[in-house]
Design a protein. Structure first.
Length: 135
């Protein structure tokens, strides 16, 4: 996987103010503030580098106010590290291609994994699955 590295100024120019705050400065968008994603199958991509991160089929309603998934599309694309901010101990998740902060993963999700990837919606772009060839 080719890493994406940009200067702080390049990230600021590319991203909205909120996307920059969340992905580059480890911020969090307020719960229940992100617009709903389109219906239908598709892939959630990193807003910073376009890496495919989550499949719509793995999304579920956790009731937390953030998009939640029970597994990443490819475990090689989503990295984890310990987060001890705000006097808590959590597991942060980030895009392995560009190091964008995505959110956190918790051990209280549904089967088959039992995990809940709680992701900031502003860190994702949805790419609908293309229909098959017209015929």
């Amino acid at each position: 996987m080719d890493k994406v590295v940009k200067s702080d100024a390049e990230w600021r120019e590319q991203l909205s103010e909120l996307a920059y705050k969340v992905t580059r400065k480890h911020g969090t968008e307020r719960a229940f503030t992100h617009e709903a994603f389109p219906e239908g199958p598709g892939t959630f991509m990193c807003v910073c580098c376009g890496a495919p991160l989550f499949d719509k089929a793995h999304k579920f309603d956790s009731g937390t106010g953030w998009p939640s998934f029970y597994q990443p599309l490819d475990s090689e694309m989503v990295g984890e590290q310990e987060d001890r901010s705000f006097f808590m101990r959590r597991t942060e998740v980030h895009c392995n291609r560009c190091e964008a902060h995505l959110g956190h993963v918790f051990p209280d999700g549904p089967q088959p994994t039992g995990l809940r990837y709680c992701i900031n919606g502003v860190a994702l772009e949805f790419e609908p699955e293309e229909d098959g060839p017209a015929g």
